[in-house]
Design a protein around this ligand. Structure first.
Ligand SMILES: *Cc1c(COP(=O)(O)O)cnc(C)c1O
Length: 422
């Protein structure tokens, strides 16, 4: 069905959008700048801006060391419990600590140690490279003859779900995948793959970085063992904000943190010389949490909880369909290809458009067109739809400007070299 291509139609969709008012909760200093990268770094919530002042001036400035007993010490669990509500977990199954990569390392080593005798780790070639590096490092460290099997996607867009299932056997210790794939936005069927892995006795670890806050996740319903995720994308936690980890309650006693440190010690202020892990997830802490950036995650999570994940997903689906329809009508004739799944049920909340001149188009968009997307090699322009603040008019303007960059060959003035951060 053809959709109207006018800007008025986008404005009408915005007028009908019941989540539209949430955009006012964010700092948007320049309405002309179209931000399409909320899947890499979320916008700044106004509540976070206010809270940052209080945190620094009052909590740090006046309370000093007393702050530890006034909310800092328990912040990893308190904020973890809120994130748990976004991902279908119990409050005591999620804790905030370290970076996503470091959390992956801790959980992978813990899982491989618990799965003695099994030597295979299975993932796919659409996984985030840092995840693959962490898996390689963990195997090298353990020196137990583990083997990493990286199953290839058939087309670079869809995850190799059938091939993964076919490769599972009794030797698999751990299956680990990104729930929403960072390049194409492909969304795995979490319940189905978890079930398949459990049927051969494997543990399962999902990286939720590109799902949490945009795609409803139900870890408990799918009986997921382990998960990790990022807080600076759709959770709007701020650059480099610490990540979270999830361990299913029944597994918490069986797994041990390989980076044991005093924050995970049972009675840390006894300063005993021998490590004894704390009860529950606290043992997965290592050193002192980065209280400033950790605390600033909370206001953003509160906004998401208020909006509700089901409503956010419904908007995200409507927006990605709208974007794809505009692509088909306006951008496909200019040489853009859709590098994301066409089926909305197999898609997260970002869309990748490929073009031979992708990198130079990306630079022209940023420098001349007031649109901030991001770029993923070799030719993907990634457009993140953050349903809390992305408007239908943002999408319409992005497509119009993308069209102009190509139709008027505005990209030709840019070099072919790749900048450091894309
Ligand atoms: C963003 C992202 C990460 C981030 O890892 P850091 O350790 O925070 O740099 C990890 N995994 C995936 C799939 C991501 O998208």
């Amino acid at each position: 069905m053809a959709i109207p291509l006018s800007a008025d139609y986008a404005s009408m969709l915005d007028a009908q959008d019941r989540l539209a008012h949430f955009r006012e909760r964010f700092v948007v200093p320049d309405p002309e700048l179209i931000y399409m990268d909320g899947n890499s770094l979320g916008r700044l919530p106004k509540a976070t801006q206010t809270y940052a002042r209080e945190l620094i001036e009052t909590q740090w400035g006046t309370r000093l060391i007393r702050g530890w007993n006034e909310g800092w010490f328990t912040a990893p669990e308190r904020i973890g419990a809120k994130i748990a509500r976004l991902i279908g977990a119990q409050p005591d199954e999620v804790i905030v600590a370290d970076s996503t990569s470091v959390n992956l390392f801790k959980l992978v080593v813990a899982a491989l140690r618990a799965q003695r005798g099994r030597t295979r780790l299975v993932t796919d070639d659409l996984n985030f490279p840092s995840d693959l590096y962490v898996l390689q490092g963990a195997i090298e460290l353990l020196e137990k003859g583990h083997r990493l099997d990286i199953i290839s996607s058939p087309d670079g867009i869809h995850g190799p779900a059938a091939e993964i299932q076919a490769s599972l056997d009794e030797q698999v210790a751990l299956l680990t995948l990104s729930h929403t794939v960072f390049k194409s936005g492909y969304l795995y069927d979490m319940a189905e793959l978890t079930r398949a892995a459990h049927s051969v006795g494997s543990l399962v670890l999902w990286d939720l970085s590109h799902s949490v806050g945009a795609v409803p996740v139900d870890l408990n319903a799918a009986q997921v063992d382990l998960a990790i995720g990022c807080t600076y994308k759709y959770l709007n936690g701020g650059p480099g904000a610490p990540a979270f980890l999830y361990i299913r309650r029944e597994l918490q006693e069986r797994l041990g943190n390989p980076i044991s440190g005093w924050m995970g010690q049972r009675d840390l202020f006894n300063f005993a010389l021998d490590y004894k892990p704390a009860m529950g997830l606290r043992q997965f802490l290592t050193g002192t949490p980065p209280i400033l950036s950790l605390s600033l995650i909370e206001p953003g999570v509160d906004v998401l909880l208020e909006a509700g994940l089901d409503a956010l997903r419904a908007k995200s689906e409507q927006q990605s369909e709208y974007l794809i329809q505009l692509w088909e009508a306006v951008l496909k004739p200019e040489g853009f290809v859709l590098n994301s799944p066409r089926d909305v049920r197999k898609r997260g909340s970002h869309i990748s458009l490929g073009h031979q001149e992708g990198l130079r188009i990306d630079m022209a968009l940023i420098n001349d067109m007031q649109v901030l997307p991001d770029f993923r090699a070799p030719d993907n322009i990634r457009l993140g739809l953050a349903p809390l603040y992305t408007s239908f008019s943002d999408i319409h303007t992005t497509v119009t400007r993308l069209h102009q960059v190509v139709a008027d060959k505005l990209y030709e003035q840019y070099p072919h070299e790749v900048p450091i951060v894309t």
